[in-house]
Write a new protein. Sequence first.
Length: 329
Amino acid sequence: MSGLTIPFTGLKKQYNNLRTEILDATDEVLRSGQLMNGNYTAEFENWLAKKNRQKYAVTCHSGTHALEIIAGYYADSQVVNKPRAIVPSLTFAATANAFMRAGWEVYFADTDKYGVLDPRTIPVELSFQAVVAVGLYGAGIRHLDDANRWPRLALTNNHIYIEDGAQHWLADNCRRESHACAISFDPMKNLACYGNGGAVVTNDLNLVEYARAWREHGKSNHAHIGTNSRMSEIDCAQMMVKTKYIDQWQQRRKEIATYWIERLKKNHIRCLIDDKNFEGHAFHKFVIDVDNRDVLKQNLLIKKVETRVHYKEPLHEIGVFRQCDGPSI
């Protein structure tokens, strides 16, 4: 046991458990000669739409591209020259990058202790066109009907509500109340691809048509600029194997989280999953809040337990994002 390392991910173990099914699915696609836009792509998109209780899903190369599709589509729909989107200050850079690249002005809002955008920190007088919600580490997001939080922003039907669901899309029993949600199948996600992969899920048919054209160079009529952004048939076939197990995996994540929450509580260690958000959580990451973080990390490394520190700094304090308005530094 002294030589045992507890890795940060279990990707190797997962593959070994699914190896026969994954290789069979891969072989079937390769033998068919249909490597793009085939039955597995359609099947996976249908599964995604149904899982998210939406009418449509469009796969693309990555979760980042899914965000760029959504940001570009809604930027085109705005009457103001430079629309403003409210984005959490604590999230992965892709969230802000996608909207800034599409011409949006980004306002960084603070998050609560769970890593979820907190509208109470946004000036009431602030003019904006979109809210981009992120459920950091898999936390279920607060929806627009939360009477204690959202009404102070006077949200109307003219406001756009977007989810960067890369970490939380499996939370809240996949309940979508947004206009569109971007999903990532990065290898670090709960439902992971063996490379890159992403999707847009929505009830908006116009967005679907925009997304399908965007991922294939703007075809068929080139009404908008596009690029090459597709998941392959192999990707989708392999993902269909994993869809059979995702609910089982989520239940196992919940059981493991329960085990550690109880033990950490006895040792007075703060966990970002607690009684208030446990049932709605996707358990994408298990995050604790401790004093002397770096000392603990080093001690765990000595014990051969791998850990990582996510988002050391909020976005508005680094690089190009300093130009954006947001919480005071």
